[in-house]
Design a binder for this molecule. Structure first.
Ligand code: GLN
Length: 190
């Protein structure tokens, strides 16, 4: 299996390192021909407006959408989750592209300034054992899930921070910034 990591901007190297630790072949995806070589794709955290613009510039929007709809598992973390969301609330400039593959609503920068970054222990559906220590950085929230999408992790107050819809996975936090590889393993099994 060859795992693609979208490498236009953001925390793609960290994902790559974890995948290599898990013994995976990894390809950095910057162009449509790179996408053709991979079996699945991770869209990293970073700045969703920037990644969105670069997706358009490098003509990756339609190829990713087409393959994701047909057969390719895709996981978006943080900014990547925003790009997967069918609807984005707050701060989405007019005309900003999104992949819009999942029936979730993402609210950007949902935690405000004082909670810019924080960590939380999460129970994640599909991950057994001790709670997952999740790192949130200017994180979005999932304000609703619809269609076939399901919440797979919530904060203590019930707010949704991860969702799955068939072969698509979205997390508001950054599992690539911890030593815990269980979230990556979950994605590789999807
Ligand atoms: N706040 C960023 C955005 O709106 C996401 C932050 C992140 O990916 N860590 O795109």
């Amino acid at each position: 299996m060859n795992v693609g990591v979208l490498a236009l901007q953001g925390a793609f190297r960290e994902h790559e390192q974890i995948l290599r630790r898990l013994g995976q072949q990894v390809t950095q995806v910057r162009l449509p021909e790179h996408l053709e070589q991979v079996d699945r794709l991770i869209i990293p955290g970073g700045e969703s407006t920037t990644i969105g613009k670069l997706l358009v510039a490098y003509k990756l929007v339609e190829p990713i959408r087409e393959r994701a709809r047909r057969e390719m598992p895709v996981w978006g973390t943080c900014a990547g989750m925003i790009l997967l969301a069918g609807q984005i609330i707050e701060g989405r400039p007019e005309g900003q592209p999104a992949l819009a593959l999942m029936d979730i609503v993402a609210q950007r920068n949902a935690f405000g300034r004082q909670l810019d970054s924080f960590e939380a222990d999460l129970q994640i559906a599909g991950i057994a054992g001790e709670p997952f220590r999740a790192v949130f950085i200017r994180a979005p929230l999932i304000t609703s899930v619809g269609g076939d999408a399901e919440a797979v992790a919530t904060l203590d107050d019930g707010r949704i921070v991860a969702a799955r819809q068939g072969r698509l996975l979205a997390t508001a936090f950054h599992p690539e910034l911890t030593d815990d590889t269980r979230m990556h393993e979950l994605f590789l099994e999807m």
